[in-house]
Design a protein around this ligand. Sequence first.
Ligand SMILES: NC(=O)c1ccc[n+]([C@@H]2O[C@H](COP(=O)([O-])OP(=O)(O)OC[C@H]3O[C@@H](n4cnc5c(N)ncnc54)[C@H](O)[C@@H]3O)[C@@H](O)[C@H]2O)c1
Ligand SMILES: O=P(O)(O)OC[C@H](O)CO
Length: 331
Amino acid sequence: MNTIGPVAVLGGGAWGTALANAAAASAPRRVTLWMRDAGAAAAMAGTRENARHLPGVPLHPGVLPTADPTTLAEAEAVLVVTPAQTLRGVLTALRPHLAPGAALILCAKGIERGTDAFMTDVAAQVAPGASIAVLSGPSFAADVARGLPTAVTLASRDGPLAAALAAALSGPTFRVYHGNDPRGVEIGGAAKNVLAIACGAAIGRGLGESARAALVARSFAELMRFARAWEARPETLMGLSGLGDLVLSAASAQSRNFAFGERLGRGASLEEAAGGKLAEGALTASGLVALARRREVEMPVAEAVAGLVAGTLQLDDAIGGLLSRPLRAEE
Ligand SMILES: NC(=O)c1ccc[n+]([C@@H]2O[C@H](COP(=O)([O-])OP(=O)(O)OC[C@H]3O[C@@H](n4cnc5c(N)ncnc54)[C@H](O)[C@@H]3O)[C@@H](O)[C@H]2O)c1
Ligand SMILES: O=P(O)(O)OC[C@H](O)CO
């Protein structure tokens, strides 16, 4: 049964647009797609297409693009889909326009720079008392928008709320599983972006498929250690938002994080490698490593990525460092 009425999506990028379409397709409801740029919202309302981020995908008739925040008041669930580093600013600005009881579904994958805060902690600080959930998992916006089969996880400490939100957003090809370990789900999404950069760099440097597989497995071991130290459930990381998303992002050049790493591996500068696209892992690596060090979690792959993106470590030195680590029992 679908018990969630109007939905709002904050952020008109690729993922915000794909999720708005999915929310509109899953039930007959109004979906407000809020964007900061009034011109872009008007253009999208006119052409019924997000030409910049999702060209060729028609906007579902139930989606209303707008830059007017007063239209957000009716939403019972609000998907927050701007980049991780903007979450605090966006929620601070828009919170007064949201209904007090609206559930916040955090969809960005990252850790806040400077504070090293998880997305749920940022949201709890900005919107104390709000119901908070996390949506994450292996899902390219273009795949979801084209109706290709996709599965993600939606988790909240309020298990029944997570189940209701997941049911409300699911559709025939967009399957939303639910859970009550939001910390585990957000760790998976944030960390996989960092680790996918390492896999991209290995491929770009010509280290081969065996090296990629080894990196995926050792990255997953890092992910599990980190999750245990930060009170997430290991089973969560073995699911869609951990293993599932790591495999997707480490294996596909469609991943912006993998592609960023691949270009670094081929010798591009940090700026050239980014190419104006969002690579969340580059912005999250320092926070991930800081949190790992705080709880004495060994994360050599994440450390190498943090050094690369900070410009304090050269790729060949990073590779040499990983290959010369003492051999030990696998865990
Ligand atoms: N694209 C995907 O396939 C995908 C899938 C799952 C999760 N995500 C996650 O979703 C988040 C957003 O990614 P995306 O792919 O939509 O990025 P994108 O680059 O396609 O779009 C980002 C959007 O955010 C807007 N924006 C940036 N700063 C803003 C601000 N301060 N206030 C309001 N709007 C702002 C931009 O104008 C743009 O429309 C990221 O954390 C990403 O990891 C993306
Ligand atoms: O393009 P990426 O690397 O940001 O990955 C997009 C999604 O997170 C994949 O699940």
